[in-house]
Design a protein around this ligand. Structure first.
Ligand code: AMP
Length: 279
């Protein structure tokens, strides 16, 4: 496995592979890798000739400075994990490399960018689009792999990628045995918060089971009461949206694909999850 820190070098190495006719799979990450990330790497290793993963904690997508400061960083063990998965190249640039000058680009995702994460974390998806376009330009992959864990991010990237000739591969959410969606932020949870956090997925499962053909308002009330009864948990939002357009709906009717999305604070750690209502 090659570790590359500079975009110029990355482009040069990849152009050699491309000339040989190799296909390139790309997995952007912010590191602190766990089996959720590794499932994306595995998928690319199976599908593509070359697998490139990036590790970069992108400051422009953090609306909360303390979240950026506390974000777990674990380069050594990340490199070891990527090597054991047979990743070909890891790209781990620093801030100067990715932002030699301020990036003033403003992206417009339409209504899709205004709900849920877009509403709660102003500027977040603009930062995501800034870094993902820079990385796509550097790597020029044939395929890029993203987790459904970040459901809204995936939808926004699918929209963004209309300008690129890149196939976006959506990968399933990998969970702990107790159902908690794996996340780098889980390592920041206290014992109490970690004990309570599986209630997030359990609640989504109950919504899926009990609220078909009912009003979303009823589901919202149920979710709020259920999450907030845990002392360490606080619901930030629960929303049921059209899985394609991300428009919020009022009725849980099976005429269109729907996804229930949730954001919860476990202490000061913000966790997100989602579930497909009809699959
Ligand atoms: P991050 O490092 O959090 O930016 O995530 C990098 C990629 O891994 C994103 O495409 C995430 O959606 C994906 N990912 C993170 N956690 C999981 C998970 N539990 N299951 C599947 N994919 C995940």
């Amino acid at each position: 496995m090659q570790i590359i820190k500079h975009t110029g070098r990355l482009k040069l190495v990849l152009s050699r592979y491309r000339k040989q006719g190799a296909t390139i799979g790309f997995i952007p990450t912010m590191g602190a890798l766990h089996p959720g990330h590794l499932s994306l790497i595995k998928q690319s290793v199976i599908t593509d000739d070359i697998t490139v993963s990036s590790i970069y904690v992108n400051p422009t997508q953090f609306d909360d400075k303390s979240d950026l400061k506390n974000y777990p960083r674990n380069f050594k063990s990340d490199y070891a994990l990527l090597k054991s998965e047979e990743c070909t190249i890891v790209f781990s640039p620093d801030n100067k490399e990715m932002y030699p000058r301020p990036d003033n680009r403003r992206f417009n995702f339409g209504r899709m960018g205004d709900v849920m994460e877009g509403k709660m974390r102003p500027g977040h998806f603009n930062g995501v689009a800034q870094i993902v376009t820079k990385l796509f330009d550097a790597v020029q992959p044939h395929r890029a792999y993203f987790g459904k864990k970040d459901f809204q991010q995936l939808a926004i990237i699918q929209k963004l990628v209309n300008d690129y000739d890149i196939e976006i591969v959506a990968c399933p959410i990998i969970r702990e045995k107790d159902g908690l969606a794996m996340s780098s932020r889980n390592s920041l949870l206290s014992d109490q918060e970690r004990n309570d956090a599986p209630a997030i997925y359990r609640t989504l499962l109950l919504v899926k089971e009990k609220f078909r053909n009912r009003n979303v308002k009823e589901a919202e009330k149920f979710v709020e009461a259920r999450i907030n009864k845990y002392t360490s948990l606080k619901l930030e939002y629960f929303q049921i949206v059209n899985s394609i357009t991300l428009d919020p709906v009022d009725e849980i009717a099976s005429t269109i694909p729907l996804t229930a999305c949730i954001a919860v604070y476990a202490g000061s750690v913000r966790l997100i999850d989602n579930i497909d209502i009809f699959s």
